[in-house]
Design a protein around this ligand. Structure first.
Ligand code: ADP
Ligand code: MG
Length: 612
């Protein structure tokens, strides 16, 4: 199954993303379906509220009619005559408030639950992606899909249901009551409003474009600040503060210009639309007034008409704002759904596994060729063959950038080879269950151990979720970590800080070793495990590693050759191939690349060992 993947994946990753992803309606439906009942209820409530809103202007008009009557001739009791109408209005107000409360509660319930589902599903699928996916993506962008995009999509969804439904109903309902009040006035309104809305929409889309440019410019400025603050040591070391200030200042200036332009645009839009709306009120009063004068319309009806036409206009303005929100919501949703449908080439689990007692831990690379998927034309391994006999230590040395870490990544099955195969006890890795392989067979210790910002206990237990406290202590002892851990006041409950920031390099590395050892791996990969350490920490860590290596199949990757002397076999890599193989003595005698590397390092290291 994993082999079919390269056929369709390359176009997606080699082409830079210009194309916006399309909104996935099918997937959206799947997330919406569990909430359909509640959504139906919310829609009914929102429609009800809108219909009540349509009723209100008519009643207001009738009330005004009564008021007018009492302004003309002061006979009878105003209170008595207006009481039933007022009560009716009060009831409608109450009902409207209640309905609004209802549908808003229901919508927020749907929105929040859907956002949780979306985030959970997206996070789950992101974690399952191939390592090559993460090679090509920025973490910040992935995180913003989980946060900003889901947020934007959620609020658009809520807004469309609440505002959109209300505005549409109100426009339709009020148009009906308008035409019942006065056909002639309605026709006038029908001509004027769309023309104004058209102009408004045009201006609105220009403003939206400007606003997008404005945001991009702000993002550029933020990017400059982010880079400078994040790399402050480099900036300081090159005395570039002045230049960074200028760069940031220039971007700020650019965003100020754009923002002011946007501000002028919005001001113009507001001013013009105020004039337009006011003129429409005046026009309605003027035309309506002459109808009233000609006895074709009552004053109260004119009042109703005014209120209703204002409702129509407000609703239509709302709808045009909503349109922009819908566009933004759809593109945010498309970004959320994009990575939900992406399936990884190497699944996390599935495939066979070997029972622990039958596992010997012999590894072989058979004529493996490999180039990184994000750099297809650049072969890192060519026809690479290597055998790790069970229970033996094999060292892999070679120049930096020669492909040593790549060999470890292929063994962890972070990638699949382009050609050839890697086997464990004679079984192709591609037929084995990757989570069994990574979780129980291979222990991986890298140059820069990454810890999680929790307790030491939890960090070690990361290697084996169901490990008992005793197992954790045993692993820590084996990794030479127990002493320093219990010397902390909080012992195993010490919080290590973000990425283990409160520990020294050697302490972090020993925790990483404990974390790898707790799963009792049959195969251990040590990728430059001591090269970032000072010589004192290196000694302690090396001691732990030597102890841990006993009885396991070990692949030691190192550029410091003093650490690999004890290996049963040393393999020298160059240009993606194995170019020499043998024990330390054999290779020295041979006088090839290895002895050359030894000679060069002896020159670099202050106390050179006496040549034999
Ligand atoms: P070593 O561990 O021997 O120093 P690596 O295996 O890390 O070398 O790298 C071998 C080559 O592969 C280098 O040229 C490096 O630039 C390239 N490389 C390493 N990792 C990646 C990656 N994730 N994507 C693309 N190229 C990579
Ligand atoms: Mg490396």
């Amino acid at each position: 199954v994993a082999l079919c993947e390269p056929e369709e994946a390359p176009p997606a990753r080699s082409r830079p993303r210009v194309l916006e992803p399309r909104f996935n309606w099918t997937l959206f439906w799947q997330f919406l379906r569990p909430h359909l009942l509640v959504l139906g209820a919310a829609v009914v409530l929102a429609l009800g509220a809108a219909l009540v809103n349509v009723q209100i202007p008519l009643l207001l008009g009738q009330l005004v009619e009564i008021v007018a009557k009492y302004t003309r001739d002061h006979v009878g009791s105003f209170l008595k005559e207006s009481r039933s109408l007022s009560t009716h209005l009060l009831l409608l107000y109450g009902l409207q408030g209640l309905l609004t409360f209802g549908y808003l509660v229901l919508l927020s319930r749907i929105g929040e639950r859907m956002a949780v589902d979306l985030r959970r599903a997206l996070f789950c699928n992101l974690l399952r992606q191939d390592i090559e996916f993460f090679d090509a993506k920025k973490t910040g962008q992935l995180v913003s899909r989980l946060t900003t995009d889901v947020q934007e999509f959620k609020s658009s969804f809520k807004l469309v249901i609440s505002q959109g439904l209300r505005s549409c109903t109100q426009v339709a309902g009020c148009l009906v009551s308008l035409s019942m009040l006065s056909t002639r006035l309605t026709l006038l309104l029908m001509v004027a409003t769309p023309a104004l809305m058209g102009v408004g929409t045009l201006m609105g889309s220009a403003l939206r474009k400007l606003s997008r440019q404005c945001q991009e410019q702000v993002a550029r400025a933020t990017g400059v600040a982010d880079e400078a603050l994040g790399n402050v040591r480099t900036v300081r070391a090159f005395a570039m503060e002045q230049r960074e200030e200028e760069r940031y200042g220039a971007e700020l200036e650019g965003s100020r210009c754009k923002a002011e332009e946007l501000g002028r645009g919005i001001a113009l839009f507001q001013g013009l639309s105020n004039i337009a709306f006011n003129c429409m009120v005046l026009g309605t009063l003027f035309v309506g007034g002459s109808l009233v004068a000609g006895q074709q319309l009552t004053g109260g009806d004119l009042m109703s008409f005014l209120v209703a036409s204002q409702t129509v206009q407000r609703s239509m303005a709302n709808l045009s704002i909503l349109f922009g929100q819908v566009v933004r919501g759809l593109s945010a949703g498309a970004r959320v759904f994009e990575y939900m449908t992406l399936s990884p080439g190497i699944p996390l689990s599935g495939g066979c596994s070997l029972p622990r007692e039958r596992l010997r831990g012999s590894i072989a690379f058979h004529n493996v060729s490999f180039s990184y998927p994000c750099r297809p034309g650049f072969p890192v391994l060519r026809d690479f063959s290597l055998t790790l006999p069970p229970g033996k230590i094999v060292a892999l040395v070679g120049q930096s950038g020669g492909g040593k870490t790549t060999v470890a990544s292929l063994l962890e099955r972070f990638y699949d080879p382009t050609a050839g195969m890697v086997t464990l006890d004679g079984q192709d890795l591609r037929t084995l269950d990757p989570s069994w392989l990574r979780g129980q067979v291979i222990g991986f210790i890298s140059q820069e151990p990454v810890l999680f910002g929790t307790t030491i206990m939890e960090n070690i237990r990361f290697g084996k979720v169901d490990a008992s406290d005793e197992e954790v202590y045993a692993a820590a002892r084996e990794a030479n970590a127990h002493e320093f851990i219990i010397s902390f006041p909080e012992g195993y409950d010490t919080i290590v800080g973000e990425r283990g920031a409160t520990l020294s390099g050697g302490q972090k590395q020993r925790l990483a070793i404990a974390r790898a050892l707790i799963k009792q791996p049959a195969v251990l990969i040590l990728d430059e495990a001591t090269s970032a350490l000072d010589s004192e920490s290196e000694r302690v860590v090396q001691e732990a590693l030597d102890r841990a290596s006993a009885g396991r199949t070990v692949l030691v990757i190192a550029h410091r050759l003093s650490t690999v002397r004890a290996a049963h076999q040393i393999v020298v890599m160059a240009h993606g191939r194995v170019c020499e193989m043998g024990t330390h003595e054999e290779l020295l005698k041979k006088g090839g690349l290895y002895s050359e590397l030894i000679r060069r390092q002896a020159l670099d290291t202050p106390p050179p060992e006496a040549p034999q």
